[in-house]
Design a protein around this ligand. Structure first.
Ligand code: GLU
Length: 609
């Protein structure tokens, strides 16, 4: 979740490190720091609490120059956000930046204390620095020392280590947290996310699980977990580094909400051919897996889980394929039973979500037909380890609250459903109707975006609220869940989503005039049912905000706000209806003065469990 960048070059790398950190800040931002070896061979380490700007201000006031260094932006797991806990952590000549959690740090520390080591921070990471220092005293090259240390660590790490006495190399190690090497001429780099490296190089080598790399300015050596020297292929990234700018928008989240119609349109153009879904990237051999599946198990977390929930309604109602959806952190520990001919689908924006990745790995020991990842980051672990992959191609998503990932995931899921119906020889109408609806989806999203000013105005009703209820039925129930999640994430308003029929089983007790109730109610066959639920709320004095394209003929509209939504084709309503809810949360967060892109306590890409 944190960001790491390391550099070794012939030129001063301080600005490269700082720029990398700025680009990584969305992954963790409670503190940041860097360590470089200066021209006198001394380690200069600067750490600051708060955003990268604080570190950059500190650098401005210091004379700092060096050709090798490591830097970090932290998302605290062990020890509060504080300068003392910020990375890099040092032990004598060793400096280290780390992403992940070392689960057995306390027992290691106990042993190190007996050797005279004292930690000055509360982190798990500092213990590793001391362990590397202690192990170094037992002899061997820097690489050998790290190779001896790693088997002693339990947990997850992406880490980069610097030894002041060896200012020509960095050692990087990956287990559970991604690392990618950026290759260049006479200089090399390492980062936890390619976004950090893109302005300097597009030539990337992803480390695999268990890999250790020794990186100098002119060479890269990689060893697998058994110590064998291995070659990992170099890829040329096609992500444009300027796609990581806000452009004309005030926030990444705003930009990403507005980009939804464009990225979906582009993705559809690549896949909809002759009124059919063409997923040639799956490979015709693999299509047989989809044809034979009798059950789908979706595993995901957060917003991706909500997308999976929508897909469940689609798979069962449109093509009668049984589908279960589970939160990855539950799936991986509960010993699930595999259904007959079941196929696993994982959803993750980053492709590095620790629990989803663990669920995928677990599934390989079970009797699934195969696995498909729907993911936004090429080269990510989920992409590399799944049998089949469909990329969302949404472009970098920087705002911590997911927006375009959700709608692109849903678009891919709907196309996948159409493809499965075709492969299974089902009625051609199914695919035709989906393709027809998807063709107008970008336009429908644009129409939703026109609601922006209205949402900005509506947001005023919510700034003093502490709670909110979201209600939906059918495919709109997961949309209510996603709407509630957005509100929690960036507006810090406690929000709960309920299947509207569940109201009377408890939540009605919460209704009073201080409880806004947001109802997602497109004009469909469940409208009459949800109207009854609306009446239940009205009868108890709740204030209602109804997102609908239907006519509501009620005599007394007190406490009832109808947010009139343009017509949307039934099948794509979930994709379209989330857009105004995203906008509403965005504007509430803005009015409350919250940090929209970097909400408190959260970070993008949850690489720890
Ligand atoms: N566990 C380490 C810490 O709390 C690393 C956290 C991170 O991934 O940013 O400092």
């Amino acid at each position: 979740m944190c960001g790491i960048i390391g550099a070794i070059s012939y030129r001063n790398i301080v600005d490269i490190l700082l720029d990398g950190l700025r680009r990584l800040e969305y992954r963790g931002y409670d503190s940041s720091g860097l360590a470089i070896v200066d021209i006198h061979g001394q380690v200069m380490c600067l750490r600051r609490l708060g955003g990268v700007q604080n570190l950059s201000d500190a650098v401005e006031n210091t004379i700092l120059s060096g050709t090798i260094g490591i830097a970090h932006t932290r998302w605290a797991t062990h020890g509060k956000p504080a300068e003392i806990n910020a990375h890099p952590h040092t032990s004598s000549d060793i400096s280290i930046v780390h992403n992940g959690i070392i689960e057995n740090y306390q027992s290691i520390y106990k042993q190190l204390r007996e050797c005279g080591y004292i930690c000055s921070s509360e982190t798990d990471t500092e213990v590793v620095a001391h362990l590397v220092d202690w192990e170094g005293k037992q002899g061997g090259s820097f690489l050998e020392v790290v190779q001896r240390v790693l088997p002693r660590l339990r947990g997850t790490y992406g880490m980069v280590i610097l030894d002041r006495r060896m200012p020509d190399r960095l050692i990087a190690a990956r287990s559970g947290s991604p690392l990618v090497i950026g290759c260049s001429i006479g200089e090399n780099f390492i980062g936890s996310d390619p976004i950090a490296l893109l302005p300097i190089t597009r030539r990337l080598i992803y480390l695999e699980e268990g890999d250790i790399a020794q990186i100098t300015a002119s060479s890269i050596m990689i060893f697998d977990r058994c110590g064998n020297s291995v070659q990992r292929s170099e890829i040329l990234s096609n992500i444009r580094h300027d796609s990581v700018n806000k452009g004309v928008y005030h926030h990444y989240m705003q930009k990403e909400i507005y980009e939804q119609s464009t990225v979906i349109k582009k993705r559809l153009q690549g896949c909809l051919k002759n009124n059919k879904v063409d997923f040639s990237e799956l490979g015709s051999k693999n299509e047989i897996l989809l044809k034979n599946l009798k059950h789908i198990q979706i595993v995901a977390c957060g917003t991706s889980y909500n997308a999976g929930m929508v897909a469940r309604y689609w798979f069962e109602s449109l093509i009668q394929v049984p589908c279960d959806v589970e939160i990855a952190s539950e799936f991986r520990y509960r010993q699930p039973v595999v259904r007959h001919n079941s196929f696993l689908i994982t959803l993750s924006q980053s492709g590095e979500t620790a629990d989803t990745l663990a669920a995928l790995r677990l599934s390989k020991t079970m009797r699934y037909l195969g696995s498909l990842a729907i993911c936004n980051v090429p080269g990510s672990s989920l992409v590399r380890e799944s049998d089949l992959v469909l990329m969302t191609q949404a472009g970098p998503e920087i705002g911590v609250a997911s927006t375009k990932s959700f709608t692109t995931q849903l678009t891919i899921l709907l196309m996948l459903l159409a493809k499965i119906s075709y492969l299974k020889g089902m009625k051609p109408d199914i695919e035709r109707n989906i393709v027809e609806a998807l063709k107008v989806l970008p336009y429908r999203i644009d129409q939703m975006l026109l609601k922006n000013d209205f949402m900005a105005d509506l947001a005023k009703d919510f700034i003093n609220k502490e709670n909110a209820l979201f209600l939906g039925r059918g495919t709109q129930y997961p949309i209510a869940m996603e709407g509630a999640l957005k509100l929690k994430e960036i507006s810090y308003i406690h929000a709960e989503a309920y299947a509207a029929g569940e109201l009377k089983h408890g939540p009605l007790a919460l209704i009073d005039d201080n409880m806004p109730v947001i109802v997602v109610a497109p004009d469909n066959d469940l409208l009459e049912k949800i109207k009854s639920n609306i009446e239940e709320v009205r009868a108890r004095g709740g204030s209602l905000y109804i997102f609908t394209n239907a006519q509501f003929c009620v005599l007394n509209i007190e406490n009832m706000h109808i947010i009139s939504i343009p017509y949307v084709e039934a099948i794509i309503t979930p994709i379209a209806y989330i857009v105004p809810l995203q906008l509403l949360s965005y504007h509430i967060a803005l009015l409350k003065g919250n940090n929209v892109d970097q909400p408190r306590n959260l970070a993008k890409s949850v690489t720890v469990e």
